[in-house]
Design a protein around this ligand. Structure first.
Ligand code: UDX
Ligand code: UDX
Length: 461
């Protein structure tokens, strides 16, 4: 099937946050492979073919421009793409199921199943199908059953190759990964397929960073990696509440424990709660899996990571309420940052969604600012009643406000002129630094009442 110019044809179904960047890096690193990314959304594909990519990720546009039209193609011709492909990555979204059995926890597999049927119906030659989407353990089995059903004589070998890149640092995470995980069947054809996938990564990843496992270990490792990362955040967030109640400082505690090489320093920043498309979804998926196998204590343990996250978001709101004399009615508040983390416009499951909803419920008037996420913010809050404005310039957003709620630690917020900001605000002026990213002493000296996370407030009141 592959044209003479290329060693193999790679297809990726799903041009989202995972599929688009992953394939861009593969195309950059493997000029000998033809990489095509397809999607059911024409709008998304058109955006990938333009200079305004559908997602913002530092360094991505340059990399797309250097290979697009050479060995990287974006298209809506899914069936044609399937037919031509030797290796198919499945990167469609796998949201939490919101109906029926497992509602609120299990993964909604409808897009995966539809994709599997489409692959089966359009394949005339043998193919390797790679799960890139995060899937429940043993999903490969279901995928294989669908692909091999009926009278199709084509052989499909399924591999699991979960993506560990984090948004905002996606390009560097993929160019210099801690590890690449490949799960396969322990059969001759399974191991042969695994080697074909390894050949792709070996173009730029040192061999010792390629880990191979069985299919189920690979699928489970993805869920567990996210669950453990999220668990660290929930752990430090519980300590933040203890620090606020005492004289301890959570940043100092994080530093002190993080220097223990057995613990390590990453993912110990207290904040308003974790967000993003993966953490909550993957933990709930793990919980569902444990419940399915009647491991109820294990399920309860992991579910607590999510409960603490909900508690942390609510605690942030309560601290605002209490500090501002237990009423927000009619008060204006600037919200600094809506994306679930800096350097992305992504707002999926962002703590800002929950926090803004709650502030609007308390009848605060919100002036929301974010360098890249305002369109998503508008959509997320569309159906929520209350006074809200979306303002690009943070200096305009703070005009006449009583308080600033900083939810996302964009580096630009650290460089703002807070004296100028203070002058534009109502007094007493409050700042709730949900990410502990500002200079609290300096703000206090300007006249702000400063409420960090996990440390005593600095108040003039
Ligand atoms: C990814 C993973 O695939 C998911 O499992 C993981 O847990 C989160 O990250 P992501 O790339 O972030 O998903 O999802 P999204 O940005 O929504 O992209 C998925 C794309 O697949 C969309 O563009 C959608 O249009 C496309 N799609 C969906 C198809 O092309 N076919 C379908 O049948 C369904
Ligand atoms: C995560 C995983 O890190 C990545 O490996 C996986 O492939 C996808 O899910 P992502 O959700 O993009 O990546 O971002 P991440 O950097 O993990 O941050 C997730 C959330 O945790 C953000 O809301 C972030 O603000 C929060 N966080 C992170 C903290 O609150 N404290 C920390 O110390 C670190």
């Amino acid at each position: 099937m592959t044209s003479k110019k290329f060693k193999k044809n790679i297809l990726c179904i799903g041009a989202g946050y995972v599929g688009g960047p992953t394939m861009t890096i593969i195309a950059n690193k493997c000029p000998d492979y033809k990489v095509t990314v397809v999607d059911i959304s024409k709008e998304r594909i058109d955006a990938w073919n333009s200079d305004k990519l559908p997602i913002f990720e530092p360094g991505l546009l340059e990399r797309v421009l250097s290979v697009r039209g050479k060995n990287l193609f974006f298209s809506t011709e899914i069936d044609l793409g399937i037919n031509e492909a030797d290796i198919i990555f499945v990167s469609v979204n796998t949201p939490t199921k919101m109906f029926g059995e497992g509602a609120g926890k299990a993964v909604d597999l409808q897009f995966i199943e539809q994709t599997a049927r489409r692959i089966k119906n359009n394949s005339k030659t043998n193919k390797i199908v790679v799960e890139k989407s995060t899937l429940p353990v043993r999903a490969a089995e279901a995928l294989a059953t669908i692909l091999h059903s009926g009278d199709n004589s084509v052989e499909f070998e399924i591999l699991s190759n979960p993506e560990f890149m984090a948004e905002g640092t996606g390009v560097s995470d993929m160019e210099n990964p801690d590890r690449i995980l490949i799960g396969s069947r322990d059969t001759v054809s399974g191991l042969a397929a695994r080697d074909i996938l390894m050949d792709i990564y070996l173009h730029w990843v040192p061999k010792e960073r390629l880990i191979t496992t069985n299919l189920w270990s690979s699928e489970l490792s993805k869920l567990v990696a996210n669950a453990v990362l999220a668990q660290r955040i929930s752990s430090i967030n519980t300590i933040a509440s203890l620090c606020e109640a005492t004289e301890a400082d959570v940043t100092e505690v994080s530093r002190a424990i993080g220097m223990d090489s057995r613990i390590g320093s990453k993912f110990l920043n207290a904040g308003p709660g974790f967000g993003g498309s993966c953490f909550r979804k993957d933990i709930l998926n793990l919980v569902y899996l444990c419940e399915y196998y009647q491991l109820n204590e294990v399920a309860a343990f992991w579910e607590q990571v999510v409960s603490i996250n909900d508690y942390q978001m609510e605690r942030y709101v309560k601290r605002i309420l209490q500090a501002m004399f237990n009423t927000l009615v009619g008060k204006k508040m600037a919200v600094f940052g809506f994306a679930f983390k800096p350097d992305t416009g992504d707002t999926r499951d962002a703590p800002a969604i929950y926090i803004c909803k709650r502030l609007l419920e308390e009848k605060a008037c919100l002036k929301i600012t974010d360098p890249y996420a305002l369109d998503n913010a508008r959509n997320d809050l569309q159906s929520i009643e209350g006074k809200k404005e979306f303002i690009e310039d943070p200096y305009k957003a703070v005009e006449g406000v009583h308080a600033i709620a900083l939810i996302t630690e964009w580096s630009s917020y650290k460089k703002l002129d807070y004296r100028k900001i203070f002058e534009k605000m109502e007094k007493p002026a409050f700042i709730f630094d949900g990410r502990n990213c500002l200079d609290h002493q300096a703000l206090y000296k300007i006249g702000f009442n400063v409420y960090p996370v996990g440390k005593p407030e600095l108040s003039h009141l």
